[in-house]
Design a protein around this ligand. Structure first.
Ligand code: ZN
Length: 336
């Protein structure tokens, strides 16, 4: 018999209506012997229809998803839903409460923790609950990220490439419904530890969104996310579809892919990073990407960094202080 999750939900996911409360993760510590970690959860259910699981705060220093999902939860009435929305705005609650990528309780990175462990660390227990209890109910998963404290994106969607061409065509339509300018197809994750891999194991159609980042809330990106979220849920039939005029007014989505590790540009030096290009730039092989400055050795000239391939910049490092091995840019190529 597989061990059951130790988390319990104050919300009954089988009940129609709009309900909110907490997932209780048992946590016995010095200041609270019989306490639990309160992970906020909202269920809006109205009969049969698509079940959509919406995650924010998978990484705790990524904020647009946390805000957009709470706005969605407050502004969505039960009668406007067909099927069910299950919303976890702070999926790795300890990390999100602390504003950190990983949990301060166990250093766990939720998006590297699937399929989790029902009797593991708090992060592993959350991963296990999401996969074994929530994803088994869900037809669709939207996991909303951003670049966190160290990176920044413009609103971009990520999805695993599907082997079935018919399903892939449907997935292109789902991605296009957001009206974001970019969507990137990925090969399946090699170790199965991402939410997208968990979704795949549970036959749930998963999209990961990267909204902005830099440990901030970008108002324009948040607005794009909120509009995209409504359009996506409308496309799935979980809320009323947008008018055809509104759908036509949305940006067309360019489909890209990240074919290999060569599309990540890393620093080979410790120092201060000065970027030479912005997100969205089309770069070519040999083009200057930036410099690493060495203020502790004034007579040492800055080291230039160059791009090795022709590509589009989709993500950029934000903090100046940089170590050898830090990612400076993520690049993408047109989809083949
Ligand atoms: Zn993230």
């Amino acid at each position: 018999m597989p061990v059951k999750s130790q988390l319990t939900s104050e919300v009954d996911f089988d009940r129609d209506g709009k309900h909110h409360g907490y997932l209780r993760l048992p946590h016995s510590v010095h200041r609270s012997a019989y306490g639990w970690i309160p992970i906020p959860v909202i269920s809006i259910k109205n009969g049969d229809g698509p079940v959509v699981l919406l995650l924010g705060g998978n990484h705790g220093d990524e904020y647009e998803g946390q805000i957009a999902l709470n706005n969605l939860a407050r502004n969505t009435t039960e009668s406007s839903v067909t099927g069910q929305l299950i919303i976890l705005p702070m999926a790795n609650y300890p990390a999100a409460k602390a504003g950190l990528r990983t949990s301060p309780l166990d250093q766990g990175n939720l998006n590297r923790s699937f399929p989790g462990n029902p009797v593991g660390t708090p992060t592993e227990m959350i991963a296990h609950y999401i996969e074994s209890v929530l994803l088994t109910r869900a037809d669709y998963l939207l996991d909303i990220h951003s670049g966190g404290s160290s990176m920044i994106y413009h609103p971009t969607l990520l999805m695993t490439r599907h082997i079935d061409p018919e399903q892939q065509q449907q997935n292109f339509a789902i991605l296009s419904s957001f009206g974001f300018s970019r969507a990137i197809l990925f090969p399946a994750s090699p170790d199965g530890s991402y939410s997208s891999s968990a979704a795949e194991r549970q036959n749930t159609i998963a999209i990961t969104a990267e909204i902005a980042g830099a440990g901030t809330v970008d108002a324009d990106a948040l607005n794009q996310l909120e509009n995209g979220l409504r359009a996506y849920l409308g496309h799935l039939g979980a809320v009323p579809a947008e008018s055809p005029e509104l759908q036509r007014s949305r940006q067309k989505t360019q489909f890209l892919e990240v074919p290999s590790q060569d599309y990540y540009v890393y620093s080979r030096y410790d120092g201060l990073f000065e970027a030479a290009v912005e997100i969205g730039a089309e770069v070519t092989e040999g083009q200057l990407a930036g410099w690493i400055h060495h203020p502790d050795t004034p007579m040492e000239a800055p080291h230039p960094i160059y791009f090795d391939i022709q590509a589009t910049v989709i993500c950029k490092r934000v903090p100046a202080i940089t170590q050898r091995g830090d990612c400076l840019y993520e690049l993408a190529a047109p989809k083949t």
